[in-house]
Design a protein around this ligand. Structure first.
Ligand code: NAI
Ligand code: A1CAB
Length: 266
């Protein structure tokens, strides 16, 4: 039984809370501080300000990176030498976070996505703290998905682009597939259903298969068949690969900009 404080519980903090509760953690372990959240799940304490009293075991920063300079100030009262501070803020770097919470036992950046609510999020981790703190973070992340510690902090912005922002890129792809099918005459609602079902099945199959995505694509493509004709369009001049590389680079670079903005303000 831990005392866990969520500071800011919107889309992402809320998804993590849902994942923790679904994974069997007791609601009474959680306190949420959020000035605007209408209600918290049953049994979770919802406050408008950081409470006085003993430091928490875990504090999760769940507000927007642009709010860091102001919103992080009162949080210090909830942090002591035994506290693990987790930050899901895109961009904001470890040194800036540490500068605000020098007393924390461990400071760890966490990059999940909204599938944490279903225990299906990839999670990038980078931080300081000893082996015990790392083990505690691993245990905390387990019900939310698959966590991986990163070798260097510069990789955090890449993981933010891939794992954090990635679902939005996939949703655009699903939409574009459905749009393409609709343009070829399939009724739009049917195209939406089939595109989504196809992506769900393809993802599940890839996750369960020992084969990599390249080999799986080749298994779908009969020589001289329909799939090869489509793949030839995606692959021409490395079109899709370049588009994805440009997309991820833009998202990664924005993370670095947001880090600089937070550094300058704090
Ligand atoms: N939305 C996503 O898919 C992901 C978001 N993130 C990160 O999660 C963080 C939150 O993003 P979202 O949940 O999308 O935003 P959001 O706007 O849904 O949630 C932010 C929450 O912070 C609250 N808040 C505002 N001022 C506050 C204050 N002074 N103290 C405490 N709480 C305050 C708001 O009421 C809101 O509930 C960001 O730092 C973002 O970089 C990370 C990975 C994925
Ligand atoms: O768009 C953002 O900045 C956040 C971080 C990753 C997903 N959403």
């Amino acid at each position: 039984m831990s005392r866990i404080l969520l500071v800011g519980c919107g889309n992402m903090g809320g998804a993590m809370l849902t994942g923790w509760l679904a994974g069997g953690r007791a609601a009474s372990e959680f306190t949420v501080v959020d000035p605007f959240l209408a209600e918290a799940p049953a049994g979770v304490t919802l406050l408008r300000e950081i409470p006085a009293g003993d430091p928490f075991d875990v504090v999760l920063l769940g507000f927007k990176p642009q709010q860091f300079a102001e919103a992080s100030v009162p949080v210090g009262a909830a942090v002591g030498p035994g506290t693990i501070v987790l930050s899901i803020l895109a961009g904001v770097d470890l040194a800036t976070l540490r500068g605000r919470f020098p007393q924390a036992g461990a400071m760890v950046r966490v990059m999940p996505n909204l599938a944490a609510a279903m225990g299906k999020s990839p999670i990038g981790l980078f931080g300081d703290g000893d082996g015990a703190a790392r083990a505690a973070v691993n245990a905390l992340m387990a019900p939310l998905g698959t966590a991986e510690w990163l070798a260097g902090e510069e990789l955090m912005d890449v993981v933010t682009a891939l794992a954090g922002s990635g679902p939005a890129f996939v949703y655009r792809l699903i939409d574009a597939l459905a749009q393409g099918a609709a343009a070829l005459g399939l009724p739009r609602d049917q195209a939406d259903r089939l595109a989504l079902g196809m992506v769900e099945g393809a993802g599940a199959l890839a996750a369960a298969s020992p084969l990599g995505p390249g080999e799986l694509a080749d298994r779908v493509a009969s020589p001289g068949g329909t799939t090869r004709a489509g793949l030839d369009v995606l692959d021409a001049d490395g079109r899709l690969a370049r588009l994805m590389a440009d997309t991820l680079r833009a998202a990664r670079d924005r993370g670095a900009e947001m880090a600089a903005e937070a550094r300058a303000k704090s």
